[in-house]
Design a protein around this ligand. Structure first.
Ligand SMILES: NC(=O)c1ccc[n+]([C@@H]2O[C@H](COP(=O)([O-])OP(=O)(O)OC[C@H]3O[C@@H](n4cnc5c(N)ncnc54)[C@H](OP(=O)(O)O)[C@@H]3O)[C@@H](O)[C@H]2O)c1
Length: 386
């Protein structure tokens, strides 16, 4: 395998750092040529010193200028603003772009990478939740490969070989830190409790989504667009050990699963190396030590975000864009201590009712729906603030 040159969007985040760990483990296979982040941090400077990219984009202008001062004479291009992040996503020297910016903000730069013909390792699920058909049309039009990094979709990607014979996709969910809790208990959880995920170590936004089960809802929508499977044929089972990452059930009754430790370095290594495989594992699952795997139905009444996502997918148009935007606003408000965890679903539900649905026939329509939904959700936050 020749050295793959990587542009890493979101290098300082949880997926970004796991990606750099994979690159560091296989220097003969991968090289990081470009990195993008939101703001300056010492962590970014350390990453630049270790991986020596040609270009870095820091969205925040003051952060970019601080970085330039820190870099002195180092021959590194520093870009800034949303345009800088988008230009970095299409960086000419990169073969593969790892899309690991969090939230809707990841859509525009990832789209630029697709339009520049780069292979995409996709962690940012919001590209598909908010951009859906339009994003997939661009992927097909530009003939780029799209390899899912999200562990569930990476698992399905590895075991799905005959689409026509699929009975259902089965996404596994850890259940998050509040598995088995009731609505009353949920209304009193603290931000600190919600950020303590039992099996996965992830960024704050996705950790809260995992606690509300919205993460699984977003993943149902993501799976629909990635694999072309209808909502009715995508099931969710709770699997607290987080070892079976997802499954495909075929019409003949066979169920194929992909297993591994709950560590994002494995799906990232799969995505970076695809269609090859790396020859040394970064983490190995000990089945004997695991000994027991459990599966149960999700509690849809206590965690209504899951059904809200199914409903948005079935409604179509920009409903999933609205759902995603309302969720981002509500999660920020929860992290800021303004609303309870249980209020997140109320805000999403109210936003879906108040923003008129429209055809999702252009990126302008998607960006407009995102803006309207953010405004509406912010009004709900103000109304429901503690
Ligand atoms: N974490 C996981 O295990 C996991 C698993 C599956 C899927 N995902 C998905 O992967 C994505 C990233 O998740 P994460 O947990 O890694 O998030 P995270 O830890 O919050 O990291 C986000 C990264 O994106 C950068 N960023 C944010 N907004 C940006 C912008 N507008 N322009 C440029 N850079 C920006 C941040 O830079 P700063 O550091 O400067 O803020 C940071 O490097 C999400 O879509 C998530 O759903 C994550």
């Amino acid at each position: 395998m020749t050295v793959k040159r990587i542009a890493l969007l979101g290098s300082t985040g949880s997926i970004g750092r796991s990606t750099l760990a994979v690159v560091a483990a296989y220097p003969q296979l991968f090289r990081v040529v470009a990195m993008a982040v939101s703001s300056y941090s010492d962590r970014l400077l350390t990453q630049i010193r270790q991986f020596g990219p040609e270009a870095v984009a820091v969205r925040d202008a003051a952060g970019a200028s601080h970085l330039m001062n820190q870099l002195g004479d180092r021959p590194i291009r520093v870009l800034t603003g949303d345009e800088g992040v988008a230009a970095l996503a299409a960086w000419p020297a990169a073969d593969l772009v790892v899309s690991a910016i969090t939230g809707f903000a990841g859509l525009w730069p990832t789209l630029q990478a697709v339009r520049a013909g780069k292979a995409i390792a996709l962690a940012n699920k919001e590209c598909l939740v908010a951009g859906g058909q339009l994003f997939m049309d661009e992927v097909r039009h530009h003939g780029v490969s799209l390899i899912p990094v999200d562990s569930e979709h990476n698992a399905i990607f590895q075991v799905l070989d005959r689409q026509q014979a699929v009975q259902q996709l089965i996404l596994t969910a850890s259940g998050g830190p509040f598995l088995g809790w009731n609505k009353d208990q949920l209304s009193r959880v603290t931000v600190e409790q919600a950020l303590r995920h039992p099996t996965w170590s992830m960024g704050a936004k996705i950790t809260i989504d995992s606690a509300s089960l919205m993460n699984k809802g977003l993943e149902v929508i993501e799976a629909h667009w990635l694999f072309g499977v209808a909502a009715e044929k995508i099931a969710v089972v709770v699997h607290p050990e987080s070892v079976v990452h997802s499954m495909v059930e075929y019409q003949d009754g066979s169920i194929l699963a992909q297993l591994g430790v709950p560590d994002m370095r494995t799906p990232i290594a799969v995505a970076l190396a695809w269609p090859e495989r790396v020859t040394q594992p970064l983490c190995r699952l000990d089945l004997i030590q695991m000994s027991r795997l459990t599966f149960m139905a999700p509690d849809r009444a206590t965690f209504p975000c899951l059904d809200l996502a199914y409903q948005a997918l079935q409604t179509g148009g920009v409903a999933a864009t609205v759902l995603n935007a309302a969720n981002e606003v509500a999660v920020s408000a929860f992290l800021a201590g303004k609303i309870t965890l249980a209020t997140i679903a109320d805000i999403i539900s109210a936003t879906l009712e108040s923003v008129p649905n429209a055809a999702s026939d252009s990126f302008e329509a998607v960006f407009q729906a995102d803006r309207l939904a953010r405004d509406a959700a912010q009004c709900c936050v103000n109304h429901w603030s503690k």
